[in-house]
Ligand binder design. Structure first.
Ligand code: XUL
Ligand code: MN
Length: 345
């Protein structure tokens, strides 16, 4: 099999300013133009967008304004030779989504979420991508008695169906996350996402996006999530990053917390041919709060460098010897062989 030439991307939110729930920003906000310039300068191939990254204040703009702004952005991207990988509706900021978006108990709020998602699809069309990402941020509950989870599954299907019917060409990639901001999310894993896809009116247009940190937060190995999703041909994007155990969503540089878990994700991507149908490798990473402005791109560049080193490690792994050890059930030796390989021998 020929080797994949991976294409890389990130989103404007990945050049964040260091604020956390306990303290203000530690770096001055940069403009969108500056972020796009950095992306180009450092050789990334595409940018991922929330709908309002592309068209700020989208809720207060007319369809014509949305069209004009999105088309103007598309021209700038084209000039730079940068693609738009995905567009995702930001369904967690508005006063209409305080109690959830698609699964709010209030029918007016559910309607808002569907309408907003249609605007997001418009933006995607103008930017030239057919891929919509749904991170179901507030679809869950803080206390279980507040919502009816059975009904919420119907609401999710209704919302996804409305989008699939609104545009017959789009594909939807669900990005599961088990918690944060909610205590418990309705769609916590890739298994849930792909099962939900089967209930929709066009299952083949509903797939998923795996984020390393989210899988770890669900207590799962992201490499197994990759193999599972790719068995269904449904891994349409990936957010590589890292996470130190069951804590807040850390979005650390790829490989930062556990190089071996990162290695196994790369092996899974390689063995399934991820990237051969045009899929991008995205890094959903944030700079540490301590990062100085002059080091603002380091977490992205380091993630890409680590990824490429691990591709080499995956390609030079001594598969023959590994298979012999497996046949002999000598997993002790296999374990050490992996460690030696990662350490450089
Ligand atoms: C949240 C997260 C989001 C999505 C895009 O944890 O990962 O940035 O990737 O909406
Ligand atoms: Mn993500």
């Amino acid at each position: 099999m020929s080797k994949t030439n991976y294409k890389f991307c990130f989103g404007p939110w990945n050049l964040s300013e260091g604020q956390d729930p306990y303290g203000p920003p530690t770096r001055k906000a940069q403009t969108f133009d500056w972020k796009l310039e950095q992306l180009k300068k450092h050789g990334f191939d595409a940018m991922m967008f929330h709908d309002d990254d592309a068209v700020p204040d989208i809720d207060h703009k007319s369809a014509a304004q949305i069209r004009d702004e999105a088309k103007a952005l598309r021209r700038r991207l084209d000039d730079l030779g940068i693609a738009a990988e995905i567009v995702a509706p930001r369904l967690w900021f508005s006063p209409m989504t305080i109690d959830g978006a698609y699964t709010s108990n209030d029918p007016k709020c559910r309607q808002y979420a569907i309408e907003r998602s249609k605007r997001c699809i418009d933006v995607a069309r103008y930017l030239g991508t057919d891929l919509i990402v749904l991170w179901l941020a507030r679809e869950g509950s803080y206390l279980r008695e507040a919502k009816n989870a059975r009904k919420c599954v119907d609401y999710l299907v209704e919302a996804i169906d409305a989008q699939l019917q609104y545009d017959k060409k789009i594909r939807i990639a669900i990005e599961p996350k088990p918690n944060e901001p909610m205590d418990l999310a309705y769609i916590p894993t890739i298994g849930h996402a792909l099962a939900l896809a089967q209930l929709t009116c066009d299952p083949k247009r509903v797939g998923c996006l795996i984020e390393t940190a989210h899988a770890i937060l669900a207590g799962l190995d992201p490499a197994d999530e990759i193999d599972f999703a790719m068995s269904f041909g449904k891994l349409w994007s990936i957010h590589l990053n890292d996470q130190n155990g069951l804590k807040f969503d850390q979005d650390k540089p790829f490989g930062s917390a556990n190089l071996r878990v990162a290695f196994n994700q790369v092996r899974a991507l390689e063995r399934n041919g991820y990237g051969r149908r045009g899929e991008y490798v995205a890094f959903d990473v944030h700079p540490f709060r301590t990062t100085k402005e002059e080091h603002w791109m380091a977490h992205l560049l380091n993630s890409r460098a680590t990824f490429l080193r691990l591709v080499e490690k995956a390609r030079t792994f001594d598969e023959k010897t590994a298979q012999k050890l497996i046949a002999n059930r000598d997993y002790q030796a296999l374990d050490q062989m992996v460690l030696e390989h990662l350490m450089g021998r």
